[in-house]
Unconditional design. Structure first.
Lengths: 259, 334
């Protein structure tokens, strides 16, 4: 890509960022907004990159949170997919178990996280479990919707040719559900980051633990820096799934081949 | 010319307001101009706020012509920022929060310190046989404390955390009950009472005894509000002092009021907590200078400790300590 093309591509997303940051900086420096309520972008930058051990601690925390988020997300993706496939195996299975899957969507994670700590301990397992609980439902729901909305004509065709259940699942249902599955995974990716951070509120590690510390120290600059890091983590996960989606769908599906 | 007169006028106004304050028997709730202010608590209604509710119950605020709304807070209620931003006029914080806030440009003014001795402590299982607070850190175990709080830094600096694992507290007794090697942070007026009622033998150690003793449950306002409404602020402090005197003498009525707001805590616990906190509130210092009074030297000590611990870069200006009103003389009984 030429430089002009890059500029054209990067200008739209970067402009709002620059405008908002400049406005924040000016508002605080002019004293319109108090600095203990909103930090200046320069102080956030300092906390992120030039604060010595403080900055290093933050980036290390990001790695730990990434670990928890990825593991929780992977667990959600695999188990969510399996659960959705099992739920479509028979009408009565779905009626019997789907309502309980809803539990995962409604559980107030902040309320049960302290229990997770007692069951699983103050380590990565609690963080992974928290990320999993928060992110599994969108995978189940979207996969289920995808599996159930297979083109009836194609299903009839498979039946006509005497395709077995396994062949129908892998050659028809899962491929045609792929766009829905990817939607579910995109939602789950962001939620897994939130879930991991909430878990860390309780275990005290990673970005979640640091948010607690920064708040008690009344360091809004640190809090915002940590929020930026968690956003970064969310963007990375989201991008990876988009990449996976592009690779798997580009040859045949309208949602990816159009662009 | 008029510019030179302004300071004189300000002083005159201040004197006038100060004079007004000497007569607490301002007209009661009849006039339309009774100013309404909010006192934001940093936790649910419980005995640590007993005097504030007693002042409300006994009409101590109305007697001084102020309408004070006492509002409960939840977990992590950012009361110090709320005062600093002007969203509430008064709030409850702790002394170290005040100094950190001032060092960060949030100019709050401490007015009334409920706890002369900080009720923050560590609660261990009695079977561990600890004799003093340092023993907790002398052998392996789990200690649930909120990392980032200055007292935790103080303990880490003094005792090192090489042998113990520091974890986040659960906010209830569940973690504490999960094993005898778990020690947790507590308010000596709260968790030990709950543990006792749950049948757990505990031993509690005050952080203050280790040498870190910030005033706790400190009522603050913002410097801007204080400067704009000196008489009102003084009147609120006077009412609060009366409220605390009443509460210490007889906590029953305010406890009943608070229990309606916070039904998860039962009457017995209210009574036990009120009794447990009394020696932390009423000390030789308050007998000499009045309830809630603050000693500038203790603020200095605390500021020095926070600088040593690296919590703040340098001690913020201590104008904060001189604005505290002298204890009110008790009005003669009719």
């Amino acid at each position: 890509m030429s430089i002009a093309a890059w500029v054209k591509r990067l200008l739209p997303p970067v402009t709002p960022l620059v405008v908002v940051f400049a406005a924040m900086e000016v508002a605080v420096r002019m004293g319109w907004v108090k600095e203990f309520l909103v930090p200046t972008p320069t102080s956030v930058f300092h906390a992120l990159f030039t604060d010595g051990a403080g900055s290093r601690e933050m980036w290390e925390a990001l790695l730990r949170t990434a670990e928890g988020s990825f593991a929780g997300f992977a667990l959600s993706a695999v188990l969510g997919l399996i659960v959705a496939v099992v739920l479509t195996s028979a009408g009565w299975v779905q009626r019997a178990f789907y309502p309980y899957a809803v539990f995962f969507q409604t559980v107030p994670i902040i309320a049960i996280a302290p229990l997770l700590v007692i069951w699983l301990g103050f380590d990565l397992r609690t963080v992974v479990a928290s990320a999993f609980i928060v992110s599994v439902f969108p995978v189940i729901a979207n996969t289920l919707a995808g599996l159930l909305s297979v083109d009836p004509a194609l299903r009839d065709l498979f039946r006509l040719y005497g395709a077995g259940r396994v062949a129908t699942l892998f050659k028809l249902k899962l491929p045609s559900a792929l766009p829905s599955i990817l939607t579910g995974l995109r939602i789950a990716a962001g939620l897994a980051v939130i879930g991991a951070i909430v878990g860390e509120f309780i275990t005290g590690g990673g970005l979640g633990g640091l948010i607690g510390v920064a708040r008690r120290e009344q360091r809004v600059d640190k809090v915002f820096a940590i929020l930026l890091l968690s956003a970064l983590l969310g963007v990375v996960m989201f991008s990876l799934i988009n990449l996976a989606g592009r690779l798997s769908l580009r040859h045949w599906h309208a949602s990816e081949s159009a662009s | 010319m008029p510019a030179k007169l302004a300071p004189l006028l300000a002083i005159a106004a201040a004197l006038f307001l100060a004079a007004c304050d000497r007569q607490p028997a301002a007209p009661p709730a009849t006039g339309p101009a009774m100013p309404a202010v909010t006192l934001q608590l940093n936790w649910k209604a419980d005995p640590e706020f007993g005097g504030f509710f007693a002042a409300q119950l006994n009409g101590d605020f109305e007697k001084r012509g102020i309408n004070v709304k006492v509002v409960e807070g939840g977990v992590g209620a950012p009361t110090i920022q709320m005062v600093g931003s002007g969203s509430v006029e008064f709030a409850i914080v702790s002394a170290d929060e005040v100094l950190i806030a001032r060092a960060r440009g949030n100019h709050v003014v401490p007015l009334f310190a409920v706890y002369q001795i900080c009720p923050q402590g560590l609660m261990a299982h009695a079977e561990r046989g600890f004799k003093e607070i340092g023993d907790i850190f002398g052998q392996s175990g789990t200690v649930a404390m909120e990392k980032g709080l200055p007292y935790v830094k103080f303990l880490q600096n003094k005792y090192k955390f090489d042998k113990v694992t520091v974890v986040e507290p659960s906010g209830d007794l569940s973690l504490f009950r999960s094993g005898a090697n778990v020690t947790q942070q507590c308010f000596v007026t709260s968790e030990p009472i709950a543990a006792k009622r749950a049948g757990i033998e505990t031993r509690t150690f005050l952080i203050a005894d280790a040498g870190y003793n910030p005033y706790t449950a400190v009522m603050v306002t913002s410097e801007a509000y204080f400067k704009a409404n000196p008489a009102l602020v003084k009147a609120v402090v006077g009412a609060v002092r009366d409220g605390w005197a009443a509460y210490l003498a007889n906590p029953g009525p305010a406890n009943t009021l608070m229990q309606n707001l916070n039904p998860s805590m039962d009457a017995e616990t209210f009574a036990a907590a009120a009794a447990a906190q009394k020696p932390l509130i009423e000390t030789e210092e308050t007998k000499a200078h009045g309830l809630g009074s603050m000693n500038p030297e203790r603020w200095d000590t605390l500021a020095k400790q926070l600088v040593e611990l690296g919590v703040i870069e340098k001690a913020p200006s201590l104008m904060i300590t001189r604005v505290v009103p002298a204890p009110q003389t008790q009005p003669a009984k009719p």
